[in-house]
Design a protein around this ligand. Structure first.
Ligand code: PLP
Length: 440
């Protein structure tokens, strides 16, 4: 302890490595608390950190925490797990590293970090430039109606909790993203599932639910829904907004996949068709830009906006200024348009590659709807298979897929797998299909 380390030059000569390598190692040891760097004096072996005895019995925590475990949260968290490096990943929700526009992001971040005032406190609602960008994208909101958040998940959580009270009814699509189910359960909401098909939410069935119950909020994914890839049809959009107006409910539009289009015309946002402030809009850029760029917008009008703003400050005061600046710099540059084209092309190749592999190796697995965007295929297993069992056996065989039952908010209407193509290059998807076939 306290011993001085040899100089960088000495270490470099002794171990025949570059000065950069020595600096990396020293930085690493310092981060681990093993050495202390004293500018001008050198690097010294650090004192052992004081560490009290670790308590052996943590059982008291069960009594303190009480009985209710948010079990949906654990299933939801499983989506963020990193599998073994040899496992092929066909479950998840972010693009892989090969699709990160690293050079352009580094350039944007470098410019952002040098801007005057960027290291100070950012506005609670988000920077003016970020709010303007998301407002334009939403097609229905003014910048003053937009709040910037650290990613889509927290925006959804703020919206669902701020617009409902524990015990209220909430309408969720079935199947749908389990993130909503976890938030709703955690907030003590009564979930009313309404089925979807390739044309999105079955508004004919929503009418009955709204007539029979007092719901405050309907959560929808009108574009390339996760997991089915469905797109809400024009007549159903009109019907949904009409129902929202007649029954006085909010509609939470999770526009999570607008920048993950593979081809074809995209319908406008639901928000752009809303006249009376029913639509609350969420748009995240984490998926299309990079997993490290945790940035999203939450937009609403009237008293709902005031509630959301108040709720947001309970969770998080403001999003880091350099991140907002860098994101807007990137999103306003030609690099973003180029990147969108690359993502679109690559998603198309991956979707088609996986579909072809499934058709040749797993003819009994049915993909009824080929999505025009998003990252997933919703695949029905042949009769007699159990999705959770197949997913577990697939993982043991080296391919990670998602069991479809997690996506249903009501009883599953069959055994499905959600097969993610967005996170894996084609060659690996083909190998993944082969491994899945060996299990089936
Ligand atoms: C439909 C949907 N909405 C929202 C999210 C949240 O994503 P993020 O917090 O990265 O924006 C996800 C993530 O998988 C998703 O699938």
């Amino acid at each position: 302890m306290g011993t001085r380390l040899p100089s960088v030059r000495e270490l470099q000569q002794r171990y025949q490595v570059s000065p950069l390598t020595v600096q990396h190692v020293v930085r690493d040891l310092a981060a681990k608390g093993l050495v202390t760097v004293r500018p001008g004096s050198g690097t010294f072996v650090a004192a052992a950190p004081p560490r009290g005895p670790r308590p052996a019995d943590l059982a008291w925590q069960h009594a303190a925490l009480g009985g209710r475990t948010p079990q949906d949260m654990t299933r939801h968290l499983a989506l963020l797990e990193a599998p073994h490096p040899d496992t092929i990943r066909m479950s998840g929700g972010y693009l892989d590293d090969s699709l990160i526009p690293e050079k352009a992001l580094v350039a944007s971040m470098t410019r952002a970090m040098r801007r005057t005032g960027v290291w100070g406190r950012a506005p609670v609602e988000g920077t003016a430039a970020a709010r303007q960008w998301f407002a334009r994208q939403s097609g229905g909101f003014d910048p003053a109606e937009v709040l910037i958040t650290s990613g889509g998940q927290i925006a959804l959580s703020i919206a669902i909790r701020a617009l409902t009270r524990p015990g209220d009814a909430i309408v969720l699509e079935t199947p749908t993203y389990p993130g909503y189910t976890a938030i709703a359960r955690g907030h003590g909401l009564d979930i009313h599932p309404v089925p979807t098909d390739r044309d999105g939410l079955r508004t004919d069935l929503l009418e009955d639910v709204l007539r029979a119950r007092v719901a405050r909020l309907v959560v929808v994914q009108p574009l390339y829904a996760n997991p089915t890839g469905g797109v809400l049809a024009p007549d159903r959009r009109r019907e949904l907004l009409d129902l929202a107006r007649r029954h006085g409910v909010f509609v939470l539009e999770d526009d999570y996949a607008r920048d993950l289009s593979i081809g074809g015309a995209q319908p406008p946002t639901l928000a752009s068709q809303d006249q009376h402030g029913h639509v609350v809009y969420v748009r995240s850029i984490t998926k299309p830009v990079a997993p490290a760029v945790r940035l999203a917008a939450l937009a609403a009008r009237g008293p709902a906006l005031a509630r959301l703003r108040a709720a947001k400050t309970l969770e998080d005061f403001y999003v880091s200024g350099p991140l907002q600046e860098a994101a807007v710099d990137f999103l306003s540059s030609p690099a973003w348009q180029r990147h969108r084209r690359t993502v679109s092309r690559e998603l198309g190749l991956r979707r088609d590659g996986l579909l072809a592999a499934l058709r040749s190796r797993l003819p009994g697995v049915e993909v009824a709807h080929v999505p025009a965007g998003g990252m997933h295929l919703w695949a029905r297993l042949p009769e007699g298979y159990d999705d959770a069992d197949v997913a577990a056996r697939a993982l043991a065989a080296g391919v990670m897929v998602s069991a479809g039952s997690t996506w249903f908010t009501a009883e599953p209407e069959g055994a499905y797998l959600r097969l993610t193509y967005g996170e894996t290059p084609v060659a690996q998807l083909v190998e993944g299909a082969r491994r899945l076939a060996s299990v089936l």
